[in-house]
Design a protein around this ligand. Structure first.
Ligand SMILES: CC(C)(COP(=O)(O)OP(=O)(O)OC[C@H]1O[C@@H](n2cnc3c(N)ncnc32)[C@H](O)[C@@H]1OP(=O)(O)O)[C@@H](O)C(=O)NCCC(=O)NCCS
Length: 176
């Protein structure tokens, strides 16, 4: 990989973003990476409309990582109340995972949320069955708050669950 560029997404990035996110989260392509939702969910992770809504919302945005003109990573950042940031949709191209880009995207997102939203704490929500992912977030400084959120069963925009016991745990990190 050459030097990567990280920049804010724009509307013309949506087709590439959609393809990247689906390849990282869902289906056989995602199994080339070290963590995926393929065993938990079928269906889509996002779609062009969802991505356009994110880009049109002043409280949210997407940071994108580029190797030349190839999109290789992305992360959603959002303002969730006074001093609180949230990130999600963290995706690295499956073939390029485990080389430090995910960690770099999280660090860039934390800095962006501190600078843009005045975030002092960052929250994420993770499906509890994803133990290796949770362990990675713990190594990045996130800890479970004890809160849980329901999985949006019945809303196919978030995918087609393969099991009936999905939920989210909330994890949080105080920014230094
Ligand atoms: C999660 C994700 C963004 C990480 O990206 P990445 O570029 O691989 O991240 P990094 O290279 O910075 O870090 C990889 C970490 O995984 C660890 N790892 C690698 N293979 C592993 C395995 N088989 N089991 C457990 N941990 C593993 C590495 O040791 C490393 O940990 P460290 O940073 O503490 O050393 C990427 O796997 C992805 O896109 N997954 C699919 C989408 C997803 O699940 N997103 C998160 C949803 S909340």
């Amino acid at each position: 990989m050459t030097e990567l560029t990280i920049r804010d997404a724009v509307a013309s990035d949506i087709p590439a973003l959609h393809a990247l996110v689906e390849s990282a989260y869902r289906g056989e392509a995602s199994r080339a990476g070290w963590t995926t939702e393929a065993d938990l969910l079928d269906g889509q992770r996002t779609d062009a409309e969802d991505l356009a809504d994110i880009l049109a919302d002043a409280r949210q945005g997407l940071l994108t990582a580029w190797d030349g003109d190839v999109l290789v990573g992305c992360i959603l950042i959002a303002r969730r109340g006074e001093g609180i940031g949230y990130f999600g949709m963290l995706s690295v191209s499956p073939a390029l995972q485990n080389a430090g880009l995910g960690r770099r995207l999280v660090g860039t997102a934390e800095q962006a949320m501190a600078d843009r939203f005045g975030a002092r704490r960052v929250r994420i929500s993770v499906i509890p069955q994803r133990d290796t992912l949770i362990a990675w977030y713990e190594r990045l400084g996130y800890a479970a708050t004890g809160e849980t959120l329901p999985f949006p069963y019945g809303d196919t925009r978030f995918g087609l669950p393969k099991r009936d016991d999905l939920s989210f745990i909330v994890m949080e990190k105080a920014l230094g």
